[in-house]
Structures are given as C-alpha cells and as structure tokens.
Design a protein around this ligand. Sequence first.
Ligand SMILES: O=C(O)CCC(=O)C(=O)O
Ligand SMILES: [Fe+2]
Length: 857
Amino acid sequence: MSTEVLQQPAKVQIPDGYTVLELTSAYGPVYRTIKNATPRDATPEEIPIIDISRIFSDSLDVRKTVAKEIRDAATTIGFFYMKGHGIPEKVINAALQSAQDFFHQPEEIKQRVNQANSKWFNGWNGPKSHRANAVESLDIRESFGFRYDPRYDPSVDNVESIPQDIKDGFRAEEYCWTQTANLPHFKTDVLEYWRSCLALARRLIRIFALALELPEDYFDAMTSHPDAAVALNYYPSIPENMAEKADAEVVSIGSHTDLQFFTMLWQDQNGGLQVLNRDGQWLNARPIEGTFVVNIGDYLMRITNDRFVSTVHRAKNFSKNERYSLPFFLGFNFNETCGVLPSCVDAHHPAKYEPISCSEWVHLRFKATNLEGGSGDPPLNQIAPRKRPEAARRGDSIAHISCDLPGIDNEPRFEDTASINDVDARLASIEQRLECVQTQISIIPEAMNSRLAHLERSVDELAQLIRGVFHGMHAISRPHQDTHHTPGSSTSLDLTDPAGNGVTRPVLLLRNLQTQFFGPKRDFSDEVLALGNVVSAEIIRLPLARHLVQMQVYPEANCVNNTHDLPDDFEQNHPLLFSTACLLASRFVPSISKATGHKIYLMVRRLAASVVLKPPPLSHEELQGLLLLNTPKSSFEDARLSAEVLLYWKTAHLLGHSQRMEASESLIFDELVQWKLSWGQVFDNPLSVSLRFSYMFCYLLLYRVSLRAQTSSPILKGAALKVSREILEMFQELDFAVILDLPDYYFFITIYAALTLCKFTIRDPLIAATQETLTDLAPNDEHIAFRFGTVLQEIRQKAAAAGTSLMHQTSREIEIEGLTSNEHYAWDVFMAAYYPQHTGTPGRGLESTAFSDETAV
Ligand SMILES: O=C(O)CCC(=O)C(=O)O
Ligand SMILES: [Fe+2]
C-alpha cells in the first residue's frame, strides 16, 4: 500500500502525536509543530509577571532591570503579564461596558459598521467571518476595531502640521464613530481606553529599546504617529457539542501571530488565551487580575533578527460565560522603515532581513493572506483572514500532520569503501562529476548539500540499502565488503558510459528506444521541464511543498520558518529533485491525503520516466532525484520505483553488451533473473502491475535487439512475439483507471509490443483489441492512448490496402515473412501521430534510424 512504510530505525525521531499548523505571515504560510497534548496552565516561570510600575522610575538602573526581565521573556516565550500598568480600572471597565453594549445589539445595527464597508479594515467583523488557518474552525469571535487617528492622540498638537508622508499612512475612518453614535458613550469610552494604552505603549517601547541595548529614545520618533489600533473582542461561549461535531478544531480566534511591534491585551476573567511554547505545547495564559498580557509581534521579531519571538497564540472560550478581550496593537509610523537593529547583529549573527517599511510589511501580510477585494492593508492587527480557507481550496486539510520527520542519518553511510579499489575507481568518476556540479549546487544551502552528500553515491549502494531496509536490516554501511554480492550489484557498479564520457547513466534502454523512434539528437530536457513539478501541476501549494522539501533537507528543524532559504528557481529548475523530496517528506505527513500523496507519486514517476527517457548524461539533479528515492523509510511505492529504475538500468547494461546480444539465443538473462529475485517482494505484490509490465518490456527489448544480429532465429522471434502478446494481454486486463494513471511511457511499451506484432504477425487479433482499448479508454483525442490507438488503426488499414487480408485472421501462428513494408507503415503512422511535425516528409531519413535497421530483420 502506498502508506506502507519500510521501517528503518531512524536516528532522529520526532515523537508521534504532533501536528503541523500552517499559519500566515508576511512571508507567506509558515509552519509550526505542535503537540497534540491537552493544553496546560503556564507556570510563572514560563510566562512571567513583570511589574512595570518600575518603568516610571527615575532611576535608569531600575528601568534597566525591567528591561532585562522583558528581554528574558521576549527571547523565550515572547509573552509576559504586566502588572502595575497604571491604566485605571474605570477606563478599562468603561471600554468593556461599551464592548458589551455594542455586541449585544441586534445584528442589523452592527451591520451598519461592518468592516466590509471599510477601506482600511476598521469596524465590525461578524462571527465566523474569518479563519486564521486551515486546521482550525472559523473564528467564533466577533470584533470591532479601529486605527490610529491623530485627532485623538493627546501628544499631537496640530494635526495639520504632521508631515504628509506620515499622514499618508493614516488608516482611521470616521464611520466607526458615526455608525456607532447610537451608543452615547461608545466613542468616548473606547477612545479613552485607546489613549491610555497608547500612552503606556509609548513608555513601554522605551523599555524595549533598553532591552535591546539601544538608547532609550530609539523608537520614539518611529512611534510619533504609530499604527496603534484597538480591537474589542467578543467571544461567545463555545457550546460543548459544537466542538464534538466540528471536523476542524473549534476556536474562538484561531492560531496566529500578531503582526506588528507588540500587543498589550486586557482579558476578562473567563480565560481561553493559549500560547504555544517552543516545545509545541499549548499553555493556558490564564487571566491574572490587574494585568495585561504583552506579546511580541512579527515586525519586532524581524528587526531583532529573530531574537525576540513572535509567538503563536489563539483563544478558545470554553467557559460558560461570554468572554471579552481588549487588545491594543502597536506598530511604527506607517512610513517608517526599519532594518535589523544594530544591537541584534554581530559577526556570528548577520542580519537576516532587509529593512522594510511598516506599510510594506503590512502589505506583504495582506498579499500573503489572499485578501480579496480589500483596497488596503489587512485588518488592524493580528492575522488577516483568509477569504478562501486553505482547507476548502485544497480539499485536503493539512490538519494533524504527524511530525515523525525523516531521520537524519548522521553517520556517513557509505564511508568505508576504501579497501575496494575497483569500487573506488568507479565511484571516483561519479565523484568527479559531483565535484564539477558542486559549483552549480552551491546555490543550494549548505544543509542541503550535506544531506545530499549522503546520497551522492551510486545507485547501486542505495539499491542495496533499500533492499536492506526491505529485509528489515540496518542501513548497509559496507556494501562492498559483502561477500554475498548479488550478481546484479556487481554489474551495476559499472556506472560509467562505455564510450568513456565518465558520466553516470543508469538507464540507456529508453534512450535507445527514443533513438529508435525519434532519432539520436533529440533533447528531452525541455520536456522534462515542461512536465513541471508538484506545485505547477497544482498538486500541492508552494509553501507546503517548500516545507516538505525543508523537512527532507533539514530534518532536525522541527519548526521551519525559513521557507525562503531555498533558491527561488529551485522548483522550476530541479523539478525531479524538488518533487521527489516532497514525495518523501509527504510520507511523514499522514494528513496529506492518500489521493494527494498518490498524485505526488505519479508526478515523480512521470518525471523519473522523463529523466530515464532522456539521453544521458543524466544531470546531477536528476541523479539526485533518483537517489533520493532510496532513502530510509522509503515506502513501498518508492521501492517499486527504484526497482523499476534498476530494472531498466540492468537491461540497458545488457543491451550495451553488443557481443553478448549478438551471440545470445538465450531466452533467459541472469541479470534480470537476479533482479527479480532481489526485488521479489515488490515484484510479486499485486500492486506492482506496472513493474511486471516493465519487466516483460525489458525482455521484449532484449529479444528484439538479439534479433538484429540473429535475424532468422525462430526461437528469438517466437520469444519476442510471446512476450509482446503477454504485454498486450496484460494491458487488456488492466483497469481503465489504472491505465490512465500510468505515465506515458507505458503507452510506449504497449505500442512497442503492438508494433512488434504488426511487424511479424499483422493479423494477430491482439492488435485490433489493443487498438480498441486504446481508443476507448482515451478521455479525449489528445490523449496519447487515442493517438496510439489511431496509429494501430491506420497501420491495419494500410496493411489491408496493401493487400494483406486482415479478415478471417484466426491464427496467431501466421507469421508474415519479410513484411518490411508493414514496418514502414507502422513507422509512418506512428510518427504522424506522435510527431506531427515529421509528417509529409518521406525520406527524411527516419527509416534509416536504428529502427529501420531492425526492419532488415
Ligand atoms: O482574546 C485573546 O485572548 C487573544 C486575542 C488576540 O490574540 C488578538 O486579537 O490578536
Ligand atoms: Fe493576537
């Protein structure tokens, strides 16, 4: 089964019971790994209570003491409680009362100030109108928000004198107040709360400056007219049965990080705020009377070079009461641009980020969250809503991704080959090649290089590895000291091109076939690129794909944020490697649905097939892609794919031994017998139809090539016909759905077998049957099955026109001697169907390609 995992003890195992959460940030989606354990209360060590009354002290030392406490909290959990804040209780209570008055109104009254009517995301947001991320429910929360208005800022004397570039960033809208004027105290009380918070925030930010070893007034100018907003959050109690019935985790406000500098949140006593610690454990940030909760936002995290952490949080109101919270969000002046702070860089910690303006920052988040229709920035503060929830769009939520990440194998697996000279010599050529590509892959991050270095050995060793895994053994660390070499492995060590190009070429076979069909010069690399990758094929979205690649590349990174680490052109230019890495990592992500996993698999197969169809030398990247398929914990599908690649590789090797092929009238090839023994478990599995199909095809090729030298061998001819019929019979038995899932080269195999019958026995009823199946199953005229069906039809028609009776064809035994003309019909028609650009060019020399050599059989 696709989910069957060939288990090998991994060196690093992230325990079961984790979930990966996709969150939105200005950089696009980011991922956090969370424990599936029940949330527990945070201890005072985890989320400290800091008495900030001391920030008003005249003593710098005292203020610095607070700064240190804040720094400790900011660099660990990113959250703290502040007591001694000095905001009068009555101010808070009045704001709370206003919030209650507002939310208790009938919906049509709240609609008057609906955020949908706002240019800048001010106003009311109804319940269930936002979803913070794909794995959690719509937010049950209702909220009302408004943004900085200089007219209400007591530190502004004259609004008119504010410089225009600052004014341009103002996002206040008067309709917040005109549309709520029915509540007489609303504006006054809410604005009073905002003003108190603003004043406190301006004091607090000075302590943040100290905490960052900056002059205390460092941020003052940047917050003269800050993006300072308040939200009134109203969380009705979540009914218990709602949580039971829901298919996503029910949340009052979904997991998110706050966007800007910091947030100061007043919450009532009902509880529900949860904070994600670094171990992926949810901590209840229980209400503490007389405190605000303060947390770091993404912008501050960025300008501190990630020293201060913007921590994921959410709220769930499972109390029996309505819950309210009143967050105040502080950002810089909108026009302000800030880079990584000087105190946060040193020789070991270069700046990770470019300077960015506050407005650009907000805008990025806007873009990252797919907000449609909005004319400006995302809502005030926290995560912007997704108008199109991921889960709905993808149809396969990434909920509850287990984080059993692929283990990194720190021990060099193939270290000890020194004693085996010939192995060394052979590997040397590969390594040489790898060295020259080293420059090319230097764009790939260091960690990836080292990861790949483990894999940069021969296909053969990896094949042994996977076989070892298959037999429940450990990784084979000394494959070449194994005295019980399979014959396959010894032949497979010959990885170099006999022509002496020193290039690896796992598969010549299909190249030969290509050469026969299309002439030797065709370069398929465009086609490989044209196939795209798992993202361009819309199987999974880019952020998830990049995350998967990172899981593969940086298995130790259980929290991956830096999806921008991969080169931008990685997926386009290295589709096989990229898609293969996604495939492997997806195996560790059970909630990537089976269907999606299968699509990824098919994509990789298609790409792998195109790669093997390409003339050698295989590019480094292609080789990597093939090698990657052999990692520990490979699935059954991976094993099948590897087996198939090796099968072709061995066949190619045989085909390359022209003397042997010329002399052989043998119907058995030891290499293939050995291959079949080694891969017996895979081969015999009922799911391995395609593998058996390929196996017969390889025999067919071997017979046909032998026939070139021994044109009159009835044994070989009989064998070629027999195996062609077997292929076509098997094809007849396949489910349509299975056939349509197969990569194109299976259709090549089918047509090759059918053409073989056309060549020797045009009246074989299997030709007509295959033709019918091909045309019947093709979903449209463009499909390769349809085109090949037409090929067979035309061949038969031409043969009939040329006087070969197709009627009364009852016997398979009829062999038409010297039917070279049939071969030509076959060829013309085939080319016309598959390569329309070649049609109408008789004598273009196609017949004189390798294929026409065979017509001399
Ligand atoms: O209400 C709470 O506890 C959290 C609210 C919050 O995180 C926000 O509004 O950004
Ligand atoms: Fe928040």
